[in-house]
Design a protein around this ligand. Sequence first.
Ligand code: PHE
Length: 344
Amino acid sequence: MKEQLSALETEALEKIAQVEDTKALQEIRVAYLGKKGSLTAILRGMGKLSKEERPVVGEMANHVRESITAALDEKGEKLEWIALEKQLETEAIDVSLPGRPVKVGGPHLLTSIIEEIEDLFIGMGYEVREGPEVETDYFNFEALNLPKNHPARDMQDTFYITNELLMRTHTSPVQARTMRANDGSKPVKMICPGKVYRRDSDDATHSHQFTQIEGLYVDKNVRMSDLKGTLDAFAKKMFGKDREIRLRPSFFPFTEPSVEMDISCKVCQGKGCSVCKQTGWIEILGGGMVHPKVLSMAGYDPEVYTGFAFGMGPDRIAMLKYGVNDIRQFYTNDARFLKQYHQV
Ligand code: PHE
């Protein structure tokens, strides 16, 4: 019986050493250690042994069971490792593959220009304000010295929503709104960028919706020379030191006197070309001294306070600065156009 046991041990250990998958290993476990297994069968024969022999054979049988169990467990673990390694190998991620490029957006060209202009004026002590795009007739016209039926209303063809509500035709209503909110005694120094709307037929230089930046400075002793100095500083910073500005007399109902500002043409250096229509100058804004009536309607005493205001077109400025020849490019959002101006 001892020989039987040791032969069984050798045989089992050999089989375990050779086996290569967990299922076969499990079969070996059942074949030797299971209820109907070979070891169990041998042990059943123990009854026939003498009293002296029984404990010796019993101990040996235990030893054989332990050694087979240990070999089975060890092999089981080994096979699991091998299986895991195989899985890792087949499911491995190739980290050397180049990644897919992520498309990164950027600010719209007009947004960049507006922010650049905002920064310039913030540097000169201006606050940035906002106003509604759907505006009342009062703020868009009346508070700016344009009573109903005033012929100058025709200068700005208007989208009306009702008799009293309209899409603002300029950012100037924010002048009146800001002054009003300031109770007639505090100085005002603000710029206001925003969208404006006019009933124009769209073409290369007109868009029914475009942008403006309004500027307003009200205080005691604000003079025309302050306006000129401010605009000159702005133009030089925006377009370069070699640019010159020119103020021409003009008319706006809400400023008196009124001016329009031209900047010397960059393309021909003032000699005259198609961009500046052979004049050497390009108009970029309107402005003037705030009309006394506008001041008093907003609660400021025109005998004490004076101010200047201006309105410029960032579209125009962007077109000039970057050589864009069609204003509609800003509003049709063709990514091929826009991404040329993304600053990284
Ligand atoms: N609001 C005027 C326009 O749209 C521009 C302007 C602003 C003129 C402020 C004078 C003062 O044409």
